[in-house]
Ligand binder design. Structure first.
Ligand code: FVH
Length: 291
């Protein structure tokens, strides 16, 4: 209930596509919202958002400072020599766990609180429950502003290690790229016979839904380290059948680049003597740093 929610001063640094969506969500809920962008004039058509002339002015305007720019080097440039003491910095810029931990150390050394975040949504989703936003870092800081951050979507605090939100963000995105890459490969292969992608969806979507059902079993095996033997979809069988993809791709005039890496991993696992296990055991190889 917006009426009962405490109103805050919120600053958004970076008014790119995502920053604009964030600022709009805060302003719509009645929080006094200040925006700043390197290239001025971006807050022009944002109702309720006041554009600050400098980063220093923007930081002075609010205790809660949300930053969402291209990358961490931009974040560092922005904060430069600006006084951030006493502020809560919530950084929603995409980056790595190491970058988040280093920024946390730098920000806290300057007397501010730090929360790192990973936005699992595209700008039009911001403000809707399906927009997942992961946070990690200072619990106190997160809890102080949960009522504001909750306006962006469904917020989940994943731990006090500031690097965790970035780790989970990249992990989830890696799953998305795998899923999307696989679907695009399927569209290309089926489409080589002029099957419209929109028709093929009727088979693809139920298939992918059914395959998601394997994940709990994979997760149990990964956690226990017991990958079993004699499973029905054993790797040795899969490796034997896999070249059909390459033959069919060549014959149908479709590239096989997306399929090659997983085949190489499966083959290596079989060569290492684990052909009796299922695909979950590939995680063991992925955990081995490549040479
Ligand atoms: N848009 C999306 O779908 C994804 C969803 C998940 C999260 N990502 C991450 O969000 C960060 C910002 O992404 P964005 O979509 O807002 O990106 P742009 O529209 O390209 O805006 C980039 C802003 O960054 C500013 N900027 C760039 N370099 C600097 C710098 N050195 N100093 C200050 N600001 C800088 C740029 O300013 P300007 O070019 O307009 O002057 C924009 O405000 C990003 O980490 C995504 O991975 C988005």
């Amino acid at each position: 209930n917006e009426v009962c929610v405490r109103k805050e001063n919120v600053t958004v640094l970076g008014l790119g596509q995502m920053g604009v969506a964030l600022a709009r969500a805060f302003a719509r809920a009645g929080h006094r919202t200040t925006g700043w962008n390197r290239t001025a004039g971006k807050a022009g058509d944002l109702a309720g958002v006041v554009e600050a002339a400098s980063v220093a002015d923007a930081v002075t305007a609010s205790d809660l400072v949300v930053v969402c720019v291209l990358d961490y080097s931009a974040v560092q440039e922005i904060f430069g020599a600006v006084d951030i003491s006493g502020r809560t910095i919530v950084n929603l810029t995409n980056g790595t766990p190491r970058q988040a931990r280093e920024l946390d150390a730098a920000v806290t050394a300057r007397g501010a609180r730090y929360v790192d975040g990973g936005i699992m949504a595209i700008p039009p989703m911001i403000g809707r429950p399906e927009a997942m936003v992961l946070y990690s870092g200072s619990t106190q800081a997160y809890e102080s502003y949960e009522h504001v951050l909750g306006l962006l979507g469904t917020g989940t605090f994943v731990g006090t290690d500031p690097g965790l939100a970035a780790l989970y963000d990249l992990s989830l995105l890696s799953a998305m790229y795998g899923l999307h890459g696989g679907a695009l490969n399927a569209f290309a292969l089926a489409g080589s016979e002029k099957v419209p992608a929109t028709d093929f969806l009727a088979l693809l979507v139920p298939w992918l839904r059914a395959m998601l059902g394997a994940l709990p079993r994979f997760a149990e095996r990964i956690d226990s380290g017991d990958f079993g033997t004699g499973v029905s979809s054993k790797l040795s069988m899969q490796v034997q059948a896999f070249p059909n993809f390459f033959d069919a791709s060549r014959e149908q005039g479709v590239r096989d680049d997306l399929l090659r890496p997983i085949y190489e991993l499966m083959k290596q696992r079989v060569a290492d003597g684990h052909g009796d296990q299922d695909g979950a055991s590939i995680v063991e190889l992925l955990r081995t740093p490549s040479t």
